[in-house]
Design a protein around this ligand. Structure first.
Ligand SMILES: [Zn+2]
Length: 334
């Protein structure tokens, strides 16, 4: 299977994040990308498709902010990485504010995602990797893997969060739509709910979003991913959330994934985007499921058996020493 990755995706390296009440070392480290790259025998640098496919998903003001935030932060005399502390969540208005702290809150939903000087370039090349994988599959390959680091599924059209700046799965899905696929499905099996992906396609009936994830009653991102969220308007019924409890092992995960695959089969997509996170692994430092390395091959075989052309976009997974083996296991199942 062809894979895509650009070394510029490693440049974004925040020093720390605000987590559970204190500053801790940033979990989404560049070493994640290196660990996965090491197990990809057929890995290529992506082509540069430019910004059109990114603009098709993301708000123009948000993209300008991503490119500018680190400069504005430095000009405000700040040390360290840009992190927001105020969010316009009540009767959100859009006055024209220019102070960096106002922009940080306007375009973020949490404080876990610093926007370093390198954030734009790393995320841009992560997006190019998923676009290259998408075009490879559209060109006839059965499946392709995008080593998306930074990951993407928490980023909405106009907000970052959860280590994500550009929503690579959504960019892939929209690019497939724009290339002529009438119906695209996204299956998200990261430990966390992909709130950004859900938001982007919430009112659309042409892109189905199904997610198996930790119950947001107990886990980040808390405010999305509950079972009663099914989409609205034309998108009503095109969102499926399957939350699971702490301690979930492969049998329960596989059963939930089978429900998602049945729903996707009824939707009858022309192409599948798989948001894959290895943070469901039993030893992940920030998560609470109990999948083993061998389980990923089993899950992948179930997905591959459905027969859809598949773009795999890497999402989370924070046990760096196990990441390569977990990704290799998943890819072996395809
Ligand atoms: Zn995750």
């Amino acid at each position: 299977m062809k894979a895509y990755f650009d070394p510029r995706q490693l440049a974004h390296a925040p020093a720390r994040e605000l987590h559970n009440g204190s500053f801790t070392a940033y979990a989404e480290v560049p070493a994640r990308g290196e660990a996965i790259r090491a197990v990809l025998p057929d890995c290529h640098c992506p082509d540069d498709f430019g910004e059109a496919a990114i603009v098709a998903v993301h708000d123009a003001g948000y993209l300008a902010f991503l490119k500018d935030a680190a400069r504005l932060w430095a000009e405000a005399g700040r040390a360290g990485d840009p992190i927001p502390y105020a969010f316009p969540i009540v009767r959100r208005r859009s006055p024209h504010l220019t102070r960096i702290d106002a922009l940080m809150g306007r375009y973020s939903f949490d404080a876990t995602t610093p926007i370093t000087r390198e954030a734009w370039a790393s995320s841009y090349w992560s997006a190019q990797s998923v676009l290259s994988a998408t075009h490879t599959v559209l060109g006839g390959d059965r499946a392709a893997f995008a080593l998306c680091r930074p990951p993407g599924h928490h980023a909405g059209a106009d907000y970052c969060g959860g280590y994500c700046h550009l929503n690579t799965a959504a960019i892939a899905a929209q690019a497939a739509r724009d290339a002529g696929c009438a119906r695209v499905a996204i299956l998200d099996i990261d430990y966390h709910h992909g709130n950004g992906t859900q938001d982007i396609f919430w009112t659309r009936g042409d892109v189905f979003y199904a997610s198996v994830h930790a119950d947001p009653a107990t886990d980040y991102p808390f405010y999305w991913g509950h079972a009663d969220e099914i989409g609205e308007g034309a998108g009503r019924g095109a969102t499926l959330n399957l939350p699971l409890p702490h301690g979930t092992r492969v049998d329960a995960f596989r059963a939930a994934q089978a429900s998602a695959l049945e729903a996707i089969t009824r939707f009858a997509p022309d192409l599948l985007v798989l948001s894959f996170g290895a943070d469901t692994w039993e030893g992940d430092p920030i998560s609470h499921f109990a999948l083993t390395t061998a389980d990923y091959a089993v899950l992948a075989r179930d997905i591959a058996a459905c027969g859809w052309p598949t773009v795999i976009a890497m999402e989370g997974g924070y046990a760096v020493d196990a990441l390569g083996a977990n990704v290799a296991s998943l890819l072996s199942g395809f």
